[in-house]
Design a protein around this ligand. Sequence first.
Ligand code: TXA
Ligand code: MG
Length: 317
Amino acid sequence: PNPPGTAPIRPYGEAAIAEAAALVAAGQPVAIPTETVYGLAADATNGAAVARVYAAKRRPSFNPLIVHVGDLEAAGRIAKLDDAARALGARFWPGPLTMVLPTLASSGIAPLVTAGLDTVAIRVPQARAIRALIAATGKPLAAPSANASGSISPTRAEHVAASLGERIALILDDGPSAHGIESTIVAVEAGQLRLLRPGPIGIDALEEAGGLPVVLAGGGRIEAPGQLASHYAPSKPLRLDAVQGESGEWLIGFGAVAGRANLSPSGDLVEAAANLFAALHEADASRAPAIAVAPIPDEGLGAAINDRLRRAAAPRL
Ligand code: TXA
Ligand code: MG
């Protein structure tokens, strides 16, 4: 595929969708319009492709991403849908609603998408471009807003070009996003819907369609994006910057520091990011009473990996 450069902007059409689908199949993220904002989409089942999304956005941490699928049935192959989730999906999909649901063990979603959480955020988008890309790839697409971390969400192809043009391989243009704000996010829980992010679909409509009360996250505050990834931490002590495992420790290696597992023997940060959460889960599930992790260079994706490792190593309450 084209290496990332100054991304060409292609108008929506059959040829552009085929080009985008080929890039996605090759593990490259592409910018694509949805009805809320433009997204930076990658194959959600390919950990390295998802790592390239974080790298392009220069996200300093792994905030979990939304998985975009074609319909309710496809959502049901990834997450457990209860009655409320089915009712909400039937009423608002395709459209600007994202539901956070328990992930099925058989989902095939790369752990980096959910930042190691056991829930997954899913949306069935309505805009024709992302629907066509889902159909052409046959894959669930992980897509955050297509802007560099910390800047505002893009609602036109030119916004994406200005923010990420140097770092991605293709921008698909289908005019301005209809809503212009990100989807409503609701966690579907036992007996309630927890609003994680307000958006185009309001509280009353959610309560009516879902048949459950909506509660605001964090006791009245909207849960800050970026904090959510801190929910998953291993149950064991974790030591950073280990060049060698001490007795009883499960060492997660990197580069020349070999271990029980190695995030990337060749020292590739994309590969290391793709392997991070699976390696932490494996270490946590092992018999070893403690975990150690080799030093990771603090550049590019390494900064996000180190952010996650520092949180995992922090003392628990
Ligand atoms: O409208 C949208 O939702 C756009 C378009 C592209 O679909 N996408 C978008 O993605 O806004 P992003 O990555 O910018 O925001 C996703 C939000 C983050 O705040 C993240 O913390 C939350 O979804 N999220 C994802 N997975 C989650 C999970 N398992 N639990 C709780 N929150 C989750
Ligand atoms: Mg965003």
